[in-house]
Design a protein around this ligand. Structure first.
Ligand SMILES: Nc1nc2c(c(=O)[nH]1)N[C@H]1C(S)=C(S)[C@@H](COP(=O)(O)O)O[C@H]1N2
Ligand SMILES: [Mo]
Length: 334
């Protein structure tokens, strides 16, 4: 999602040879039941000590809650987890710059403790909560999900966090609440991308979901990954993970959650409405205007031996989420 003024341009998938569009069809096998889960070859659970320090000091209460997370739901179809070093050095976080390496370079300067989240709009219980109050004292889960960027690359990441639905229920949305809107922190002092405004983005970065999407059991709020806290470049201390949608929906470093009546204007949709929609459901049959979405490059992927795979409808989570879009024209609602 590069800017080549005045329009946005992606370059990654332009190099994908057309021949690979006709690859093998994979069967969709996702998070159906724990029995089905158990039959998948589980990836090894990551241990925190396997990974180097990439963030500032982490509050002890968070460390405590992150350790001892037992339940692991693998909805990655048994695919290998992407190495930590790739997931933390190849990032999109435009606040820190346009290059994939910029977030790892600059985001560690962001201070994420203490952190507060404002909750407002059409809810019975609005307020400003510290991250500590936002998280349950126990019962964090691990979810291993595929992450598919609209730029046609993908990873498999083990997140730690909570289902979004539980949090939403706590705020008691009113019947007038139809959408949930999320905002990222704006910290010009430590965010070169915000200062330079190279991307023409009207900060803060905004994302949104329909309320029924937001309470779907797969929608997740992550506070950690790979058995440890979130590195800043991955959206510390709190980021959304919506595995059936393109990665830009999974907004990072959230400071505000608003319950609203109207469909929110989201960042990429505002920048290039013909290229990035509100729904942004992963769909191999609906091309981006400038490149195909039929296949993706699974990272890490060598230049001369790219790991090209067929993209799956709803990123492989169709059995779970297709019902949310019954009767909708997915081509129009891209
Ligand atoms: N605030 C904010 N959130 C963001 C982005 C961003 O630029 N700013 N990029 C999005 C995009 S395009 C993707 S693919 C994912 C990447 O997440 P990762 O770096 O943890 O892999 O974050 C998403 N969340
Ligand atoms: Mo993305």
């Amino acid at each position: 999602m590069f800017i080549r003024k005045p329009s946005l341009s992606c370059c990654e998938s332009d190099v994908t040879p057309e021949s690979v569009y006709f690859g093998r069809r994979r069967f969709i096998r996702a998070i159906a039941s724990s029995a089905a889960m158990a039959s998948l070859a589980p990836p090894l659970r990551a241990q925190p000590e396997d990974y180097p320090e990439v963030a500032g000091p982490v509050p002890s209460w968070l460390r405590e809650r992150l350790t001892g997370v037992q339940r692991t739901i693998s909805a990655s179809d048994g695919d290998a987890v992407t190495p930590f070093s790739d997931a933390t050095t190849y990032n999109n976080f435009y606040e820190f710059g346009p290059d994939k390496g910029d977030p790892a370079r600059y985001a560690p300067r962001m201070s994420v403790a203490p952190w507060a989240v404002q909750v407002d709009g059409e809810v019975a219980r609005p307020g400003t909560l510290s991250l500590e109050d936002l998280l349950p004292t126990s019962g964090l889960e691990e979810r291993i999900y595929r992450l598919r960027c609209v730029e046609a690359w993908s990873m498999v990441i083990p997140w730690l966090g909570i289902p979004l639905s539980g949090l939403i229920k706590r705020f008691e949305p009113l019947s007038s609440a139809k959408y949930v809107r999320f905002e990222t922190a704006v910290m010009p002092d430590v965010m070169p991308g915000v200062r330079s405004n190279f991307a023409l983005i009207d900060w803060p970065y905004v994302e949104g979901l329909r309320l029924d999407e937001a309470v779907h059991p797969l929608a997740f709020l992550a506070v950690g990954m790979y058995g440890r806290e979130l590195p800043n470049q991955n959206g510390a201390p709190l980021r959304l993970v919506v595995p059936w949608k393109y990665g830009f929906k999974s907004i990072k470093s959230i400071v505000r959650i608003s319950f609203v009546r109207e469909q929110p204007r989201t960042t990429w949709q505002s920048l290039a409405p013909s290229e990035y929609g509100f729904y942004a459901n992963v769909n191999p049959a609906v091309s981006h205007p400038r490149w195909s979405q039929a296949t993706e490059r699974r990272l890490p992927s060598g230049l001369f031996s790219p790991d090209i795979r067929d993209t799956l409808l709803f990123n492989g989570y169709a059995d779970e989420v297709a019902g949310l879009y019954r009767g909708m024209d997915l081509r129009r609602n891209y």
